[in-house]
Design a binder for this molecule. Structure first.
Ligand code: HAM
Length: 416
């Protein structure tokens, strides 16, 4: 039998109802805050991700599904959505009428990481991006939105981590200080970090290898190197979070795994998923739109990892399951044909109706109705057809009433 590819998964009925509820809540919340949905392709030119996420990141170096198509173009299954949303903002000149735009998108991303709990090769994100505003209020509002989302969907035990990565003025100074520290600590670093410490020293702060973590414990902090503008921006983000009563920890090591960030970065972390502790992450990326050939517009955003989120929320899929409203137990050919017409009419009215096509006994049909969790059963046989009245049984109270066949759809609708 052909099985799933490792790291990929099916989301089955019985689980999918929770996903649907989460997505519905996210759409409604984001739309209430002025975000518009944008749908972007799953395949993009490989170069888009190399230039935005950065050549020296784990994602681009090791994790992208990149292949040449039949014409030899190098294309990639998107590992994240931000780069594509920025490409779209530039390509369609979405900034022309008003540079301030807010988008959200929900869908699958692909990274060839080592699969484990909370880490998949195809995973889903709810992504939100704001363009054209540099105000620290936006950074705080994004974090506020995340905290509202998590609260609404019963995910507790989450911690907000924030940091600032400075800008093109102050970050080079920090990189210099970090490089000096790294050359002294070289012996303790993993081979990836040794290689990266020259080309992209910030990445070393993000390394999860235990020897690197301990070697970096006393590394210089970016927060001691921020220019006055970045410092003021970061203070304003923190003040706004306090105003929103959102507790947070300042985490000077939070550089995130993507190179496009400037100023604020943040992550929502959980203790419930072992090593995969980030349920959402994001930040500001003021240089990316220009770097990809667009106007000099600031931007900020976040992505929630849906796969991780469903594992930590207290909500259960069964609370959103839609069992049949009615099961029509039909006995005999004539009743069956009548039941079929009714089931279609119920469907059109938004009433979920099921019936048995196999001509089974009443007892076995009742058993199936029970197994499906039907709330009511309509029993119709030759005798009922003759008498022009059928039995409606409430499966919870076990109460039975006779209802006339004429106008049956309306009558049942009233009784449900
Ligand atoms: P990211 O931190 O790479 O950021 O991913 C965001 C979230 O996606 C993570 O916090 C995690 O919950 C989930 N995630 C990432 N990789 C996996 C995986 N292999 N399996 C399951 N879940 C995963 C971004 O992608 C940025 N584009 C976020 C952003 C938007 N920054 C600005 N705007």
């Amino acid at each position: 039998m052909i099985q799933l590819i490792r790291g990929f998964k099916d989301i089955l009925p019985g689980e999918v109802e929770l996903w649907q509820h989460i997505e519905k809540t996210a759409r409604s919340l984001l739309e209430s805050f002025g975000f518009k949905e944008i749908r972007i392709p799953i395949l993009e030119h490989a170069e888009l991700f190399a230039r935005s996420i950065g050549e020296d990141t784990d994602i681009v170096e090791k994790e992208m599904y990149t292949f040449s198509d039949r014409k030899g173009d190098l294309i990639t299954l998107r590992p994240e959505a931000t780069a594509s949303v920025v490409r779209s903002y530039i390509q369609h000149k979405l900034y022309a009428k008003d540079p301030v735009r807010k988008f959200y998108t929900i869908g699958p991303m692909f990274r060839r990481e080592r699969p484990q709990k909370g880490r998949y090769r195809q995973f889903y994100q709810i992504n939100a991006e704001v363009f054209g505003i540099d105000s620290p209020f936006i950074d705080a509002q994004l974090i506020f939105l995340l905290s509202v989302f998590f609260k609404k969907l019963s995910a507790t035990e989450l911690k907000v981590h924030i940091n600032s990565l400075g800008c093109r003025i102050c970050r080079p100074e920090f990189k210099k200080a970090l490089s000096v520290f790294l050359s002294a600590a070289k012996e303790e670093l993993c081979s990836d970090c040794r290689r990266r410490s020259n080309r992209n020293p910030l990445r070393v702060l993000d390394c999860k290898v235990p020897s690197c973590c301990s070697a970096m414990a006393d590394a210089p902090s970016i927060l001691d190197h921020l220019c006055s503008e970045c410092s003021r921006h970061f203070e304003a983000v923190k003040n706004a979070l306090e105003k929103f009563k959102i507790s947070f920890v300042v985490d000077k090591r939070l550089v995130r795994g993507l190179d496009y960030y400037t100023r604020t970065t943040f992550e929502i972390q959980t203790g419930l998923l072992g090593a995969q502790n980030a349920v959402a992450g994001g930040g500001r990326y003021n240089s990316l739109v220009k770097a990809l050939g667009g106007p000099d517009q600031p931007a900020a955003g976040f992505a929630i990892g849906l796969d991780r989120f469903v594992e930590i929320t207290d909500l259960k899929a069964k609370d959103f399951a839609q069992n049949p409203d009615i099961f029509i137990a039909a006995l005999g050919e004539k009743s069956m044909s009548m039941a079929f017409d009714w089931s279609c009419a119920f469907g059109l009215e938004g009433i979920i109706a099921e019936l048995d096509f196999a001509g089974k006994s009443l007892k076995s049909q009742m058993k199936r109705a029970d197994r499906l969790g039907a709330k009511h059963v309509l029993i119709v046989g030759e005798k009922e057809l003759e008498e022009k009245a059928v039995i409606l049984r409430n499966m919870t109270t076990k109460e039975q009433v006779m209802i006339p066949i004429d106008d049956i759809i309306e009558t049942v609708k009233e009784k449900l």
